[in-house]
Ligand binder design. Structure first.
Ligand code: UD1
Ligand code: MG
Length: 445
């Protein structure tokens, strides 16, 4: 089969009033990525030559997110056909197939979209609609087919006859059309319907009137699910999480209690990784083979090296890079820091803006004091250094390789390699002091 050029148009002009939000609907995230991002990702997998996103007036943040793709503004929302026509200026000279997608159906997959391309080429159709069998067709447009399986029309629920309403084959919304032919069809669409809108779906009956072929591609119902309010947002997040959990497990990770682990769209989990209960992976996390993420951890923009152990109860903030076999224990927070292979930071510690070498031991309660109230400063700790418990490292400061820091120190000066530094008040014992203050004759045992 020859490869036909593809362009995508993503409709995202809807204000999404039912979200009751200052943020445009398509920018609300699912698994840490705006829903529009999921749609663009699915489209990108088909390697289109161009993608155009249709936004509404004042939606500059959507255009910013969609970049480097082109965006056009649909001035007034007069329906899905009008929205597609808004993209015509960017695709005037394009010849091939144009795929129309909705920015608010983030569960759509590349394989579902590919079905439209396959169906179009198999039938040499001018228009292909994505259809699914709905349990509850409710407000979806009904796909009317003839005896050869060609689509004769899509009838919106509001315009459907009682008989048409019983059809369970529904319009998922995505549509594939031949370009430049499609622009003639779209220009002929009127708004003579219940909503007084220009319906993209009318392209089907217009194509048939002109003797052109039409077809439908059946896609999974899940791929058609749209988001209109925050209840649906949560429902789709749930489905998305389930997909991501299964992907991690099929990739060789053990999730002790999958329902309590939350992934981001881009979480990369290696083989033989174990994830305990109640772990959250915010965007940008890579966990390499054999690492363990124990219960109740929160990770974001971080790399966990091979065989490292994190948690329980640890927080890895953006810019954390844990070397192979490193240990990060309970109530430890790390940010913008590299931790060398095999280094242990096991209890109650804050490491920020630091480089720690390999094989170091960071005692309980160590704090890198990285902020002086105005600026952030760096701490450097060499290979094999030992930081005693409850040490404050006042940055900028360097601890040399193999150095020891006495517990309870406040370190403000650099410590050369192999040196012991102790920086705390020396202990004084006052003999018999307690007996005297109690006015007793003899010390109690
Ligand atoms: C549409 C279909 C319906 C299908 C359903 C699937 C039409 C006429 N109807 O109905 O057959 O079953 O989707 O979900 O196409 N949009 C714009 N500009 C507009 C209008 C809409 O950009 O002027 C965008 C919306 O932001 C949304 C998408 O197009 O992303 C679909 O619009 P929506 O109003 O949700 O269409 P439905 O009534 O759901
Ligand atoms: Mg809709």
């Amino acid at each position: 089969m020859t490869k036909t050029a593809l362009a995508c148009i993503v409709l995202a002009a809807g204000r999404g009033t039912r979200m009751r939000s200052d943020l445009p609907k398509v920018l609300h995230p699912l698994a840490g990525l705006p829903m529009l991002g999921h749609v663009l990702k699915a489209a990108a997998a088909l390697t289109p030559e161009r993608t155009v996103v249709v936004t509404g007036p004042g939606m500059e943040d959507v255009a910013k997110f969609a970049a480097p793709h082109d965006t056009v503004t649909q001035k007034m929302q007069q329906g899905t056909a009008d929205a597609v026509l808004a993209a015509q200026s960017k695709l005037k000279d394009f010849s091939g197939e144009v795929l129309v997608l909705y920015g608010d159906t983030p569960l759509v997959t590349a394989s579902a979209l590919q079905k439209l391309r396959d169906a179009r080429q198999a039938a040499d159709a001018a228009v292909v609609v994505a259809a699914f069998e709905a349990e509850e067709p409710a407000a979806y447009g009904r796909v009317v087919t003839d005896e050869d399986g060609q689509v004769t029309a899509i009838v919106e629920a509001l315009d459907a006859t009682p008989e048409q309403k019983t059809i369970r084959l529904c319009n998922a919304g995505m549509m594939l059309m031949k370009s430049p032919l499609m622009w003639d069809l779209l220009a002929a669409i009127d708004n003579n319907n219940a909503k007084r809108e220009y319906y993209l779906t009318d392209a089907v009956s217009l194509a048939r009137e002109r003797g052109l072929k039409t077809a439908h591609a059946e896609i999974p119902a899940e791929a058609a699910l749209g988001i209109n309010d925050r209840v649906e947002l949560a429902a789709l997040e749930h489905i998305m999480q389930q997909r991501l959990r299964e992907k991690a497990m099929r990739g060789g990770a053990t999730l002790q209690d999958p329902q309590t682990v939350y992934f981001s769209h881009d979480t990369a989990i290696g083989r033989d990784v174990t994830v305990g209960a109640n772990v959250i992976f915010a965007p940008g996390v890579t966990v390499e083979d054999g690492a363990q993420i124990r219960a109740f951890c929160h990770l974001e923009e971080a790399r966990v090296g091979k065989g490292a152990i994190v948690g329980p109860f640890a927080r890895l903030r953006p810019g954390t890079d844990l070397g192979a076999g490193a240990h990060v224990g309970n109530f430890v927070e790390i940010k913008k820091s590299a931790v060398g292979a095999g280094t242990k930071i096991n209890h109650l510690t804050y490491i920020g803006d630091a480089e720690i070498g390999a094989g170091a031991n960071i005692g309980a309660g160590t704090i890198t004091c990285n902020y002086d109230g105005f600026r952030k400063h760096r701490t450097s700790i060499g290979d094999g250094a030992f930081i005693g418990s409850n040490t404050a490292l006042v940055a900028p400061v360097e601890i040399g390789a193999g150095a020891f820091i006495g517990a309870g120190s406040v370190i403000t000066d650099n410590v050369p390699p192999g040196t012991l530094a102790v920086a705390r008040g020396r202990q004084v014992n006052f003999e018999n002091w307690a007996r005297k203050i109690r006015g007793e004759k003899k010390d109690k045992p």
